[in-house]
Design a protein around this ligand. Structure first.
Ligand code: ZN
Length: 74
């Protein structure tokens, strides 16, 4: 994405990272979906690799417990 001043009229409205609707500069929330605009690339994403690995580990533990329960039950 190139910063071309000829194609950016005035203060370019930021696009909502969730729904893509233009958000007025300085507006804390998206008018379309209500997403807080502070939840941008600068903020840590809640779906980080660490949380994904933790979720995968939790699923693996639940799967293992289910397999053990099935083997014990029969
Ligand atoms: Zn939005």
């Amino acid at each position: 994405m190139t910063a071309n001043p000829e194609h950016s009229p005035g203060a370019a409205a930021e696009a909502c990272p969730l729904c893509g609707a233009p958000v007025a500069p300085g507006s804390p929330r998206c008018a379309e979906c209500g997403l807080h605009q502070s939840t941008g690339p600068e903020r840590p994403n809640p779906f980080t690799a660490a949380s994904l690995w933790a979720l995968a580990g939790l699923l693996a533990v639940v799967y293992a417990l289910t397999v053990v329960a099935v083997m014990v039950a029969r």
